[in-house]
Write a protein of this length. Sequence first.
Length: 268
Amino acid sequence: MAKTSIGDTDHHMEMLARLDPYRAVCDREEFSSLDDPELKAKFFQTGVNHLDLVFSLVQKHFDFRLRPTRALDFGCGVGRILIPLAQKCRHVVGVDVSPSMLKQAYNNCKSRNIGNVELVQSADLTNLSGTFDFVHSFIVFQHIKCSRGERLFKRLLSLLAVNGVGAIHFTYVDQQPSYRRAIRWARKSLPFVHNLLNVARGLSWDTPSAQMNAYNLSRLVSCLYASGCNAFFSILDGTPGMQLGVFLFFQKTIDGPNEDWRHQIELR
């Protein structure tokens, strides 16, 4: 298999969404297909729990109660976090690159009579307008090539309103043992290995695998600083010996470049 291009990545995410959208969102075997109503309820409860934790952390570290009016969930998938977010906000925009994911999200919102959600298919966020006072993305950027992901991160920061809050997750280091990295290289470079491993796992032979990318934390913090997000904290996650992640929480405190932030704070 040739080196994966940006277009291939988007196409692979759409293929995964068509094959099994819920498993593509949360890679746990119990969430495959979700024909069982109890399992489906359990799946969506994980989104409620996640968002409750996010809001409580914002309240604790930024010392104010987050009450978004207009919120954005980047990489919304089937609506796992989008749906509870819609219950906390006046208007929510869910963005995903996959039409099949968005179709699932639409059906899930409709079945719950949720009418304050706007779904947008976008690969680069250029078709979004206005600002948001809450921007969120969880376990999405790790599947995006870092150079492209940084551009998308900067775009999300530009869409954040002054005093708005963001919560965005990245993978920052890959600690997988060498044999796992070798398998991943073989899957990427030797198509027949990828096909055989799919069959061994009980998957269709041509099921694509999502990229895993580790971001440079210094570059991400530089993006925050350049966008006027002076206040931020982070939560580390991941599995030792595998990929490690960081959940960045930040608030945009300044409108525009960050060169005179000390002076602006003194004027308050």
